[in-house]
Design a protein around this ligand. Sequence first.
Ligand SMILES: Nc1ncnc2c1ncn2[C@@H]1O[C@H](COP(=O)(O)OP(=O)(O)OP(=O)(O)O)[C@@H](O)[C@H]1O
Length: 668
Amino acid sequence: MNLSQFATTRGFPARHPRRPFPDGPQKAGRRLSRRATPHGGERSMNLSNTPVRPAPSEADLARARRDFFLRGRPPGALLGRRVLGSWMRCMQRGLVAERACPVEPLGSAALLAARERAELLRRLAAPELEFLAETLADTASQVILANADGLILDTRGDARAMDRATRVALLPGVSWAEAAMGTNAIGTALADNELTEIWGGEHFHDQHHRLCCTAVPILDHTGQPVGLLDVSGDARLPRGYARAIVLRAAREIEQRWLLNAPERYARLRFHPERACVGAYQEGVLLLDDDRIVGANRSALQWLETDWRLIGRAVDQVFEHAGPSAERLRTRAGRALFGQLQAARRPRMAAGAPRAVDPVESDGPWLGEPQRVALERTRRAIDAGLSTVLHGETGCGKEVLARRAHALSSRASGPFVAINCAALPDTLIEAELFGYTEGAFTGARRKGSPGRIAEADGGILFLDEIGDMPLLLQSRLLRVLQEHRVEPLGGGAARAVDCVVLCATHRDLDALVASGEFRADLLYRLREHQETLPAWRTLPEAQRRDALSRLWACAGGPARGVRLAPEAFDRLVAHAWPGNFRQCAAALRALAAFADDGAQLGPADLPAELQPAVEAARASLEELSHGAIVSALARHRGKVAAAAAELGIHRATLYRRMRKLGIAASGEG
Ligand SMILES: Nc1ncnc2c1ncn2[C@@H]1O[C@H](COP(=O)(O)OP(=O)(O)OP(=O)(O)O)[C@@H](O)[C@H]1O
């Protein structure tokens, strides 16, 4: 579903003029508040505990500020209780209203690290950020995702209506925690863990008086804040213009968070009306056997309880629940309709400790060069730029592409990976572009949309792009130019919106020069390029760090298997021509064959890492004419035996002998 469809299903028109306030901020905001409330949701169930409070006039606010800040008197009752509470906290912290608060954005590496820590939140929130930005476009508001400390992670929207200082302060990397910025919706919502609206002069600092903000904390399935959604705009916008829509977006993210929980938990969904089980307002509980380990807010509402529900046994809450849980009765006597989705427990092969895939578990190891490449690739994706990832085999090109996809605004779209070198020439065309029914012998009955069409809304990852046959290059070029795919055998062309990432270890410019790759295709594919470093070029500190991570992922430490310092040093120093892939595989093998609790020394390392071999390898280039001749002589011309003594492969010795003009006299 594209954004317009997404917006329309929720009853919001998808298009808005980009000009801020085409008919004034008041009108824009009022129009939006009218649009944003008619969902049955907010009417039939109050999702926020925050009562709607009458807006104090500017004169009321000015009086309240004079009373509080100048005369030290309690301000009038029109100032909300929570705003007053926040002003008092700010005073106690020594903040001064007239003093500008310094804006100190995080550096790019620290911001990247913060974004990585909040990866799940960002991924789940991305569609809502787009949706809010689109819907609020004519109010010139800024949509903000912050982490649970109030640090801005992402923004969307058009903030042209704000002054420069405010725009700068609302950028990613800036903290809006109350302690730093005084009373503001982000910081105060996090301090109170409630939906918060702060308008104009309610902000603690004078410098924020032209701003209005509406913020809602995003809670995980146990009720802990994991982040916050905020809409900030011009203080002339009517109070409440963003309340319903931002609240609903936060609930959507929370629901996704809940449903993203491990499948080993059963899910109990319920609602007082049968038809609403499975719909927006359903209550959902996560169950670990008979214990409640998670809930959504609707569940709390229908069960008339709060987050203390987490940890209770199911039968403390429900009086009666049949095996299918179709009819439920709470201990308070409320009848509900329910549906139980059983837990899925993965069946593990007995005894075999499974190595953890570093990419699946905690994300790849990222040193400084990978971090920078990752962030730039993510930005390229968000900007719709085709990107080539260049680097030796195994240096993490695909890993990086997948990670960048997960962090990008296309995270909710598919990631379709195609290895151009692995597909047989006869199949690649049909595989990529799809085919209609009966297009060729063996075609599936209903035809196939093809892999490119499958990437619609997401990423098309073309691995080993340098190996794509010339014939297909022109078809691919046409797809990239026209954003449409035509299936084999005719049929309607299909529009495709995808960002293309390519990976290669080959020199694409050289391939163009030798006529193996189309120059015009390369220009299309390489709107941006990132080069990933080979393992051996990383600084030693990074290799050590990476090795520790790969070893942990290989499962050794979990079974008490230790690498002696000399073994670790040797692994760090090894050149690993197959880069991360080879190193990770070697570590997995080491861990697999070691006994629990064993300490592995240099002698336990694979043959190519043994000291004699390493020394011989290192000096291969210097292996002199004399050394080879005398080794051959000692073994009566037997090349295999001489190679073994020199610690190199027989083929390598033959190559070296040819280069030095040494004739082979004995048998191999
Ligand atoms: N940064 C990393 N952190 C941890 N493991 C990594 C990292 N990069 C690569 N790996 C490991 O190496 C394997 C290969 O990575 P990947 O497929 O991304 O390499 P590649 O550069 O695309 O290789 P090729 O060019 O051969 O396709 C991964 O499955 C993973 O186990």
